[in-house]
Design a protein around this ligand. Structure first.
Ligand code: LIP
Length: 277
């Protein structure tokens, strides 16, 4: 399949994604206050935003205005800004905000460049960087060129069975959704090796890509949680989809090597895991 962007443009988009993600990581490390405070809440009292979330997204937007002034931007905290180039940046300044708030290391800066209509169901992710400020891990992917962790190529792990598979997942901020998700995970746990709840979808997807997890599924992801990690995972050999032939998205995201992915999708479909029932 031919790439939707030229090699030269892809080179530039990957370089910009990496540059601004690493800058943001340095900002997060150097600017962490002794006591991180909640600056606001969103979908529920537990869906928090910190001053650093807001500051990092402002930095990402300012740098993109310098480096790629004609591109559109979709960010978790600042919403959508229009562009004319056909490229949209999809950014999560801190994916895993609760972990950042508590001083836990599993959070990331997630930066993706997509082309096509500004609709997660049909856009194409072409360049991605997921950077973990706490430990420095930096995942990079370009469409058709593979994925790397700190510059080293990565591939998914191929567990021999679902029962030997380590499975990542996550839970929403609304209590009603968490009740339904608890029902699903209770049915999944006996069928797999174990469950891990990392707390950053971007890192979950990148951990599948680098073999630290065999599979990942979650209901409720936003486009900025998903976009960059989706490309890293697919470029490392994972299938990343929804259920019943749907693309990955808020309804459901499932990631993993093809055989195990199919088994988990079948289970999640039977459990109607893409509902809040
Ligand atoms: C987080 C996701 C994570 C999910 C959390 C939260 P945020 O994103 O990356 O997978 O389980 O509930 O939504 O809100 O930290 O950017």
């Amino acid at each position: 399949m031919s790439s939707p962007v030229s090699d030269a443009l892809l080179d530039e988009l990957v370089d910009v994604a990496r540059t601004i993600a690493l800058e943001s990581g340095a900002m997060i490390r150097s600017g962490r206050p002794d006591d991180v405070e909640v600056a606001g809440t969103k979908s529920s009292a537990q869906d928090v935003v910190t001053a650093m979330d807001l500051a990092v997204e402002a930095h990402l937007r300012a740098r993109l205005a310098e480096l790629r002034p004609d591109d559109a931007i979709l960010g978790e905290e600042g919403g959508s800004s229009e562009g004319t180039s056909g490229v949209t940046w999809v950014v999560d300044p801190i994916d895993g905000t609760v972990n950042y708030l508590y001083g836990l290391p599993s959070y990331s800066v997630s930066v993706a460049a997509v082309v096509g209509p500004p609709d997660p169901a049909v856009w194409t992710v072409v360049a991605a960087c997921v950077h973990a400020p706490a430990d420095g891990r930096t995942f990079v992917a370009a469409l058709g060129r593979g994925a790397t962790l700190d510059g080293v190529p990565i591939r998914v792990r191929n567990a021999t069975s679902l029962l030997d598979s380590l499975v990542g997942t996550g839970f929403g901020y609304r209590v009603e959704r968490r009740v339904a998700q608890a029902r699903v995970v209770a049915e999944v746990i006996p069928l797999v090796r174990d469950i891990r709840r990392i707390g950053s979808a971007a890192l979950d997807l990148c951990t599948v890509a680098s073999g630290g997890l065999d599979l990942y599924y979650e209901r409720g992801l936003s486009p900025w949680d998903l976009a960059a990690g989706q490309l890293v995972a697919t470029e490392a050999g994972a299938l990343v989809t929804g259920l019943n032939g749907a693309p990955p998205g808020t309804e459901m995201t499932v990631a993993g090597p093809p055989d195990r992915h199919a088994e988990l999708v079948a289970i999640l479909s039977r459990l109607r895991a893409d509902t809040d029932e």
